[in-house]
Design a binder for this molecule. Structure first.
Ligand code: DGJ
Length: 302
């Protein structure tokens, strides 16, 4: 699969799973993301909300379409999930206690002033996910976001707040379907979005992008030995040609396979979002806990 371009599923159709995540359940990988498979609204950098698509794979290369697992509302313009609104960066997490799958996503008004999250649940990885609630987490605005499951099973919503100036790490309840009220603010006034996290040998890492809309900018990573501690900004993890532009991509998620970590990027095409591309790049970690991401022309699985 050619990194930086739109990829196809095993039937030859464009994969519509932007701003997404890849999780493993049993022996299968599931890729969830925004279906942007419609024409842009005339003259605008948006497509009306369709919902969340899911694909499955055993090898991270051959992806089988599993359906529209969460659908927008086409009938009620007042609904938070109406087609006229914003639904971005869907992330799915498995809840061991309830044996169900919980979908979190950025839910917003078309002008991005509502700034909340939506939470939906499903008994099966391939849906259907049923909306449980839409909320503004801890009464703090929330735009780009991800869900992170800590090593002890506690899960957190990591979201940009204060008009993207600062990030919050907000703890979820045991069902993973709401916030429990506890949060910390990190990287104050650093203006980061698109957070993606992982943990390796006693250290937490977070890769973020700058805030330039759909246009690429330099990624930056931060590091901290405690998830809720004082995160330190370190450097741009990307190296080599086009590294100042994150290889023309933006972080969406980091997944782990056999102790190695892989960064998923979206390559947005603002005037034709449905053709936005993907890449998956391995993350190298050295003995000083510094991380680097090199460009690779192709993703051929692991
Ligand atoms: C940057 C964010 O990372 C994207 O998810 C999207 O919200 C765009 N901004 C919209 O301009």
């Amino acid at each position: 699969m050619k990194n930086g371009t739109i990829w196809q599923d095993i039937c030859g159709n464009d994969i519509q799973a932007h701003g997404g995540c890849i999780i493993k359940h049993g022996d299968t990988y599931y890729w969830y993301g925004e279906n942007k498979g419609a024409d842009n609204c005339p003259g605008r950098n948006r497509v009306d909300v369709i919902g969340v698509y899911c694909y499955s794979s055993k090898d991270l290369v051959n992806w089988k379409y599993e359906g529209l697992v969460f659908e927008s509302n086409k009938d009620d313009p007042a609904s938070y999930i109406h087609t006229s609104k914003v639904m971005e960066r869907p992330k799915v997490i498995y809840n061991e206690k309830n044996k169900n799958f919980v979908l979190w996503m950025h839910i917003d008004s078309a002008d991005y002033t509502y700034a909340g999250v939506g939470i939906a649940v499903s008994e099966s990885p391939t849906g259907p996910f049923v909306l449980k609630r839409v909320t503004v987490p801890n009464r703090q605005d929330s735009r780009d976001m991800t869900i992170y499951k800590d090593v002890d099973g506690t899960a957190y919503l990591v979201h940009s707040k204060d008009w993207n100036k600062t990030l919050n790490i907000a703890r979820l309840n045991e069902d993973y379907d709401d916030l429990d009220g506890f949060y910390v603010s990190v990287m104050a006034d650093q203006e980061r979005e698109a957070p993606a996290l992982f943990f390796h040998e006693g250290m937490y890492y977070m890769i973020t992008s700058g805030c330039t809309g759909w246009n690429p900018n330099a990624a930056l990573y931060a590091r901290c030995p405690q998830l809720l501690g004082k995160w330190k900004l370190i450097d741009n993890p990307c190296v080599g040609e086009n590294s100042r532009m994150t290889f023309f991509g933006q972080s969406s998620y980091i997944f782990e396979v056999d102790g190695r970590f892989y960064l998923m990027l979206d390559h947005w095409i603002p005037h034709n979002l449905k053709k936005s591309g993907y890449s998956i790049l391995p993350i190298e970690i050295d003995e000083k806990n510094d991380i680097t991401v090199n460009w690779q022309d192709e993703w051929n699985g692991i």
